[in-house]
Design a protein around this ligand. Sequence first.
Ligand SMILES: [Fe+2]
Ligand SMILES: [Fe+2]
Length: 268
Amino acid sequence: MKIVHFSDPHGGGPAEDFMAYFDKRWVGVFNYSFRRKFRHDLSRLCRAVEYIMDTKPDLAVCTGDLTSAGQPGEFEKVLNIIKPLWQSDIPLIYTPGNHDCYVKRTKCVEAVKNAVRIMAQGKYSFDTMPLKLNFSGVDLLIINTSAPSNLLCSWGFLGEKNREFIKSACEKNPDIPKILISHYPMTEDHPWLRVRHRLFGQGEILDLMESKKLDLVLCGHVHRPYLKVDQSGRGECCAGSVSSNGSMVEISCDQKSHKFDFKNIALD
Ligand SMILES: [Fe+2]
Ligand SMILES: [Fe+2]
């Protein structure tokens, strides 16, 4: 089974309504206008989509942060670029990032729900996560850990519902490889250095990774790509930001032996 994994394109734009200056969106818009706009090049996302359309993997995975401030126009811009993919017969999986769930404003909540509906090609919705899908003999555990956070922090929370779902799925059918799809990484090198950007509540999931009941985590959020895997390829793969690093990962999975191989795809 071949999977192509990309993440964090971070499309952005100006404030889309006056109320954006009274909620967290002004932080995202400010950040985009003075920083992200110069780092994130969406032409790399175009090339990523072209690569996936040409190579036709069994599955494509996007681990979130399509946008910078979760506004409807930002989603529209990025979804338009990804359109050939979500309209194709290549199965696509998407879980929202913290920037996609930026504020509680109704139009923004509706926009991220619409993005999940489109990107998941009707297989699931925002409200039916967490869920398990089986593709070519591999169990994909799709969770959402993103929710509007306070002004200064980009925290994610792995609540009890997600934890129980993952634990229960990993206890069943040990012969079937399990891949967790999450925006936030489960492993964290410097939890206190990254306190503004971290995930809370993943302790039991690290135990499942250690005991190999959970084979692989595919994540984004950290914009520099990394691979923390053992000799058989079990562990965690962060795709990095497709638009700032031009990075993407192609993963080959041997379902019988639970072995994974990784190839970095450089889009520049
Ligand atoms: Fe991000
Ligand atoms: Fe993120």
